[in-house]
Design a protein around this ligand. Structure first.
Ligand code: PEP
Ligand code: MN
Length: 338
């Protein structure tokens, strides 16, 4: 429900109305525009029906949120969400953040080497999987808790923030302890139990779009997380399944401006999984920024040919340096910076 207040509504009116809504157990968001204040309230329509909002002083009109996704919709919150980390890094503001690192954490030395190189090139967030969702049960499944410890150590040594994937709700506490952002992989986009659990976590969540998920399904998955209280969500476009076989997936850049219009959440583009080919990563990273992405996720490996997973889409540290140089130019062309 969107409650539009009259221009003359006072601070006391706003406090009174939002207090009444919260008393009913509704989630409330207040957006202060230059002319009018808008209050978004989410909950069962029957609870709202019990509140005769029209008679509250200051209320001009009341509207239903028409989208099936509520908390994550732009109807509920007009301004862009900016996620802020304790070290000052932001996602969703003017600065474009780049998360870079190996597909999988393979060893302490490998991770630290890549971490230092991507940091030198300007990345502020280190990625690396400790739990890997592999198609075959006979391929490398990740180092598990040992991998998480390597991530913690790399974070300590470099000062980079860390992102890693959570596959199983039973590992939530352990993953949360070692990471700054919790990644939900494409294969788990509709694992509703996992989504609800990270919705109660205290760390921001990167939600990857499912392999064949529509944008609406993607936003409904984000709503599961938000509905549990965690609204620090980054949406990741990582390519979808199409008939095309030249690339691993088809990076759906349409999704970037479509999502921007439908949601206030920051949008990240992952051209590594989106193409599956290292030689396409730089052009599609630039295209992602041009389309309006707030962040990028890039796989970087010290020796891609020997990588345990996703070597064919991983950049060498030298190519990552080139990516950053080229992306800075595109960022400035769209009034952003890296
Ligand atoms: C990954 O980031 O390494 C990964 C497995 O991604 P996705 O879930 O998008 O396939
Ligand atoms: Mn990967």
């Amino acid at each position: 429900m969107i409650i539009v207040l009259k221009p003359e509504a006072t601070q006391a009116d706003i406090a009174h109305i939002s207090g009444k809504l919260k008393e009913k157990g509704l989630a409330v968001h207040i957006s202060k525009g230059s002319e009018r204040t808008i209050i978004g309230a989410i909950g069962d329509d029957r609870l709202l029906a019990e509140l005769p909002l029209a008679i509250f002083p200051g209320v001009e009109s009341v509207h239903k949120i028409l989208q099936p996704f509520k908390l994550v919709s732009r109807e509920f919150k007009k301004e862009n969400t900016i996620i802020r980390f304790p070290n000052g890094v932001t996602i969703g503001g003017e600065e474009i953040q780049v998360m870079a690192g190996p597909c999988a954490v393979e060893s302490d030395e490998q991770l630290l080497f890549v971490a230092e190189r991507v940091k030198e090139s300007g990345a502020k967030i280190l990625r690396g999987g400790a739990f890997k969702p592999r198609t075959s049960p006979y391929t490398f499944q990740g180092l598990g808790e040992t991998g998480l410890k390597h991530l913690s150590k790399a974070r300590e040594k470099t000062g980079l923030l860390v992102i890693t994937e959570l596959m199983d709700p039973r590992d939530l506490d352990m993953v949360e302890e070692h990471t700054d952002i919790i990644q939900i992989g494409a294969r788990n986009m509709q694992n509703f139990r996992l989504l609800s659990d990270v919705g109660r976590a205290r760390k921001p969540v990167l939600l990857k779009r499912g392999l064949s998920a529509t944008i609406k399904e993607f936003l409904m998955a984000a709503e599961y997380i938000a509905s549990q209280g965690n609204q620090d969500i980054i949406l990741c476009e990582r390519g979808i399944r199409t008939f095309e076989t030249m690339t691993r997936n088809t990076l759906d850049l349409n999704a970037v401006p479509v999502l921007k219009s439908l949601t206030h959440l920051p949008i990240l583009v992952d051209p590594s999984h989106g193409t599956g080919r290292w030689d396409l990563v730089i052009p599609m990273a630039k295209a992602g920024i041009a389309a309006g992405a707030d962040a990028l996720m890039i796989e970087v490996h010290n020796n891609p040919e020997e990588a345990f997973s996703d070597g064919e889409e991983s950049l060498t540290p030298e190519n990552f340096e080139r990516l950053m140089r080229e992306c800075r130019k595109v960022a400035s062309a769209v009034d952003r910076f890296i």
